[in-house]
Ligand binder design. Structure first.
Ligand SMILES: Cc1ncc(COP(=O)(O)O)c(C=O)c1O
Length: 423
């Protein structure tokens, strides 16, 4: 017998379906006398359905009620003074989260990739040399983005989980003399937190800009943009920051501004051109902000609240909390007999933990089981780490020992109930 909830939900859905079909057939009949040749799609006549999921993968993560409520506020115009005030608040919040005083700080309208492209498109011109550290999927992406604009791309490559010593980085920079060196701080495809100290000095010695991706690490692992001499830093809204996907904080220091505002050619993208964006965000010293594009106003409300939550909690507290919960999770995973993919504790990313695929299990089967029986998202690897790891992310609002226990219980259940291959 089906459980009661299933029957009533099924009956409701059948009822909705019948109503939608009826509505469609009425519309189709009336269309014979209409100029429309494409009828309204049946799916659009059904109500929106969004299930609840525990988002314990590498992102997006669940969004706290306060941030969701901010996104539900009435829209105001993207060029109204109140919106500009909220954008100004966002800039302050980003400066705090990045630990920078850079005036050229803003949030992109778009996901983390938008910030990635903005950084490369604005600071690199065709034919210029770029050096990209690849130890997972994100370096691969940046190398491709730089190639697409005709840069002369050089790579430093390690297998997922590997990291680069400052000596290796200096050797490659001194050889290729790049205008830009890219490094991922939180390599979410491998679960690695890359050391950053000292690299900014190397970049300055060779007149290269230092670009760092903190999409998966901001708020969860320490980063100090100014102190670590990072020239361009970006992140995404949807991970430890806990806002919905769709906005991406970025900051450029004076060195980066010098390079990007003294170009011979225009950047390939109008939308991502920092000459326009700096005015749109009120960063260019001009008295008026002009129309450039219509920013995601609700997304800005959410981002503002997520940055406010981080400011209220305090960065150091947030870093400490992520580390503490991550250590609790790591111990629990080892107690289940699982092996962590990153061996050195200090190189593990606190926001996204990578588990080596357990012997004789099919990782897809484990993850499908967890989704089906626990409504919980965990994921496999990405790019070069596919087939090597499973990823568990506990970030921001999701970062608690309670949730770590939930994730551990789901994994334990999956290990018990999924079939093992023959040895
Ligand atoms: C380290 C890192 N960089 C960049 C991205 C890309 O961000 P988005 O998917 O928001 O474009 C991600 C997304 O998972 C990421 O983890």
């Amino acid at each position: 017998m089906l459980p009661m909830g299933t029957i009533s939900r099924g009956t409701r859905l059948l009822g909705q379906h019948a109503a939608a079909l009826e509505c469609c057939s009425v519309l189709c009949r009336s269309m014979s006398s209409s100029s429309l040749r494409v009828p309204p799609p049946a799916c659009m006549l059904r109500p929106l359905e969004v299930p609840f999921r525990y988002l314990f993968g590498p992102g997006p993560s669940n969004v706290p009620p306060r941030v969701l409520a901010a996104g539900g506020r009435p829209i105001v115009g993207h060029m109204h003074p109140e919106t500009y005030q909220i954008m100004n608040d966002i800039k302050e919040g980003i400066r705090y989260a990045f630990q920078t005083t850079n005036p050229m700080t803003l949030a992109m309208s778009g996901s983390g990739h938008t910030a990635m492209e903005c950084a490369v498109f604005n600071t690199v011109e065709p034919g210029e040399s770029v050096l990209v550290a690849i130890n997972g999927v994100w370096g691969e992406r940046v190398a491709e983005i730089a190639e697409r604009i005709g840069a002369n791309v050089h790579t430093l490559v390690k297998a997922p989980g590997g990291y680069f010593t400052n000596e290796e980085i200096e050797k490659a920079i001194s050889k290729h003399r790049p205008v830009l060196f890219f490094l991922t701080h939180g390599e979410s495809s491998a679960g690695l937190a890359h050391p950053v100290d000292g690299i900014g000095d190397i970049c300055r010695k060779y007149n290269s800009l230092f670009l760092v991706d903190t999409v998966a690490s901001l708020g969860a692992a320490p980063i100090f943009m100014d102190k670590q001499k990072i020239d361009i830093l970006y992140t995404g809204s949807q991970k430890a920051l806990n806002a919905p996907p769709g906005t991406a904080p970025i900051s450029f220091n004076e060195r980066a501004c010098q390079k990007m505002f003294n170009r011979k050619t225009k950047p390939v993208s109008y939308l991502l051109d920092m000459t326009h964006l700096s005015n749109y965000w009120g960063n260019d010293g001009k008295p008026a902000r002009d129309y450039h594009h219509t920013g995601p106003v609700s997304g800005f409300f959410c981002l503002r609240e997520s940055l406010a939550i981080l400011a209220e909690k305090g960065l150091e507290d947030s870093w400490r909390h992520h580390r503490e919960v991550a250590e609790y999770l790591w111990k629990g995973l080892e107690d289940l007999g699982l092996k962590l993919f990153i061996k050195e504790k200090d190189l593990r990313l606190p926001s996204v933990t990578t588990i080596a695929i357990p012997d004789r299990y099919e990782w897809r089967q484990l993850l499908t089981y967890i989704m089906k029986h626990h409504q919980m998202e965990m994921t496999g690897g990405l790019g070069p780490s596919i087939g090597m790891v499973m990823r568990v992310g506990l970030m921001g609002y999701n970062c608690s020992k309670f949730n770590a226990d939930k994730a551990l219980a789901a994994l334990e259940d999956a290990l018990k109930n999924c079939k093992k291959h023959k040895a």
